[in-house]
Design a protein around this ligand. Structure first.
Ligand code: GLU
Length: 419
């Protein structure tokens, strides 16, 4: 079934259902996406030829509010992946108690092969192709892998042209000049940092300067490296898709970020020892933060992990097989739907700001983000303790109970159960 939840996502959902108090209706509804759209995205290349790419937008569920979730530009994106990501967004927004459902979109393209003007035309063509299904009250896209504020700016501009009027709340993660909000581009890493700090004592004890390895040096990974280095951790290794760098004494994160911005990769780093990125997971560190793509820690390499804590900054970086192995090794996995929820939380603030027609300050954003992250982190820890669950299952259970409350309130369950 093309819109069904499959693989690890289905497995974790089934497991969470065992521990949550939810109606059979909820269980049934959450096995499939509400709607899936597959579109052709035509791109006029700079040389005049036309190339057509496959694009997707999945609305997994919108019971709690408009669907919400990013758009990724990635060569191997397909409907199954987008469906899984939209499913995770449904849980993430419920977990943070945001008035949204879950959605996701993507184009199967390698953005590194496009010129800047091709990227702009592709962004506009994609939004034109999905324009009928998005809007402030239906489905609100945002950035994800390989998309950023600039891409959102083109998309918001195109959407306003199509709708013949401004609808800034239809997309989040926009440039500030087009109705974006301060702090959105650092929100994912800020949120991840709050979660780790909140859990620090329970998972790392009174360890001085915990050593961290970060896989992925894109938006979230690089900004998290700065926060950790400034916040009493020692960032000893980072990697991107082509290179990795290690320094047991602690890397000069600022210099590395400047190098990455300039050179486009971590190759030939200004300091530290270059090594094979595949070996990063096996380093002797206290915290491992996979911040790139899905499936980085899997059944064949989970046994090599030596960290005490795996902080899932990416979406789905640890497979279900790996979860079981890490659990046996006593590694604490802090789940993605909590760790990386700062991004969508600040997207919520942006959406509110746009609907109010106002402007939020950086201070208000930071304060309210911290409040959301800490409140829900504590709630997850409490559920894990009370029901003797791992943090991932506790996060799913917490989200599921909010989802079932909304789904049951839509009527049907109350009618048949006589509640
Ligand atoms: N792409 C981000 C995520 O996976 C943010 C989504 C959003 O802001 O809507 O959570």
């Amino acid at each position: 079934m093309p819109n069904a939840v499959t693989g690890d996502a289905a497995r974790r959902f089934e497991e969470a259902c065992e521990h949550a108090e939810i109606s059979p209706d909820t269980r049934e509804r959450l096995t499939r996406a509400k709607s899936s759209l597959e579109v052709a995205v035509p791109l006029r290349r700079d040389d005049g030829t036309l190339e057509v790419f496959s694009g997707y937008r999945v609305r997994f569920d919108d019971t709690r509010g408009p669907a919400k979730g990013g758009i990724r530009f990635q060569p191997d994106v397909d409907l199954e992946e987008v469906t899984t990501l939209a499913f995770w967004m449904t849980f993430k927004t419920a977990l943070l108690d945001l008035p949204f459902g879950g959605g996701k979109g993507g184009v199967a393209v390698d953005p590194k092969q496009l010129s800047a003007s091709e990227l702009e035309r592709l962004s506009r063509a994609y939004i034109a192709a999905i324009a009928d299904v998005i809007g402030p009250e239906t489905d609100v896209p945002a950035p994800d892998v390989a998309t950023d504020a600039m891409v959102m700016g083109w998309m918001a501009h195109e959407f306003a042209t199509i709708r013949r009027g401004h609808q800034p709340a239809a997309l989040t993660g926009k440039p500030i000049a087009l109705g974006g909000i301060p702090g959105r581009s650092s929100a994912t890493s800020d949120g991840a940092f709050h979660v780790l700090e909140e859990l620090r004592e329970s998972v790392l004890g009174d360890l001085d300067e915990p050593r961290v390895a970060i896989q992925g040096f894109g938006n979230a990974g690089a900004q998290l490296a700065t926060l950790l280095a400034d916040g009493g951790y020692r960032v000893v290794a980072v990697s991107d898709s082509s290179a990795a760098v290690h320094d047991p004494e602690g890397l000069d994160v600022a210099a590395l970020r400047a190098h990455k911005d300039e050179a486009g990769s971590l190759e030939e780093p200004p300091s530290g020892e270059a090594f094979d990125p595949a070996e990063l997971l096996a380093l002797d560190v206290d915290v491992l933060a996979p911040s790139a793509l899905e499936g980085a820690v899997h059944g064949d390499n989970a046994g090599d992990v030596r960290a005490r804590v795996v902080l899932e900054v990416a979406n789905g970086p640890v497979t279900a097989d790996a979860d079981a192995i890490l659990d046996e090794q006593g590694v604490e996995v802090v789940p993605d739907i909590l760790v990386n929820a700062g991004g969508v939380t600040v997207s919520w603030f942006e959406w509110m700001q746009n609907r109010q027609g106002g402007r939020w300050t950086a201070g208000t954003v930071a304060e309210r983000l911290e409040e959301r992250m800490l409140t829900e982190t504590r709630a997850v820890v409490e559920i894990a303790r009370e029901r003797e669950l791992k943090l991932r299952s506790a996060a799913y259970v917490h989200a599921l109970e909010r989802l079932t409350a909304a789904m049951d309130a839509t009527g049907t369950v109350a009618l048949f159960s006589g509640r």
